[in-house]
Design a protein around this ligand. Structure first.
Ligand SMILES: [Zn+2]
Length: 192
């Protein structure tokens, strides 16, 4: 939306006066006397014609020193694209859904569409751990649930949560939980 023409000023002014929702996102208006900016549809009191100014996006209004209105929350329109966070989120979703399967760094990276080394680096930067470590945590937390809510023994649970051998399960379980699977069960009040 072109903001610097006379006709667009009138158009936007009308939209503000009428609280016209269809202009939301197309521009924002700020009131010089209050220092607050709004979406066109905001139901707050109409400003005086001479005190209003317009912005194409919320970021510009903030940069000019205006505060977002608490009522219409125009700052929520600022969407920050964060590809690294998306990679991490997608990976976590995948791991949560497929923890019972064999997942390697390579296979996970292939699913997400990035290189294994990049995935590993982004993961470490965002979470401080590797994707594999994250997978272990998901598996062991799942094992916790099964220990407390089912009658399966440790070996059965080991395979259910995606481990291929018991010693690996046992080792990771102890590391993450601070005790063995059977101790965990007893400690948390389940006696079978
Ligand atoms: Zn507002």
């Amino acid at each position: 939306m072109k903001l610097n023409t006379r006709s667009s000023f009138t158009l936007m002014w009308d939209a503000v006066v009428e609280c016209d929702k269809k202009y939301d996102g197309k521009f924002f208006y700020a009131v010089k006397t209050t220092g607050i900016f709004c979406r066109p549809s905001c139901k707050s009191k109409n400003p005086n014609y001479e005190n209003i100014c317009f912005f194409e996006n919320a970021k510009d209004a903030i940069e000019q020193g205006f505060r977002p209105c608490k009522r219409c929350q125009p700052e929520l329109s600022i969407v920050t694209y964060n590809p690294q966070q998306e990679i991490v989120d997608e990976s976590i979703n995948y791991l949560k859904q497929h923890y019972q399967e064999i997942i390697t760094l390579n296979s996970l990276a292939f699913k997400i569409g990035v290189s294994p080394s990049y995935l590993s680096r982004v993961f470490k930067e965002k979470l401080g751990i590797t994707p594999h470590k994250y997978l272990e945590i998901i598996r062991i937390h799942k094992a916790h649930q099964l220990l407390l809510n089912t009658v399966y023994n440790s070996t059965e649970i080991c395979f259910q949560v995606g481990y291929k051998n018991f010693s690996s399960f046992y080792r990771h379980f102890k590391k993450i939980s601070g005790c063995s699977p059977s101790q965990y069960r007893i400690k948390n009040g389940k006696r079978i």
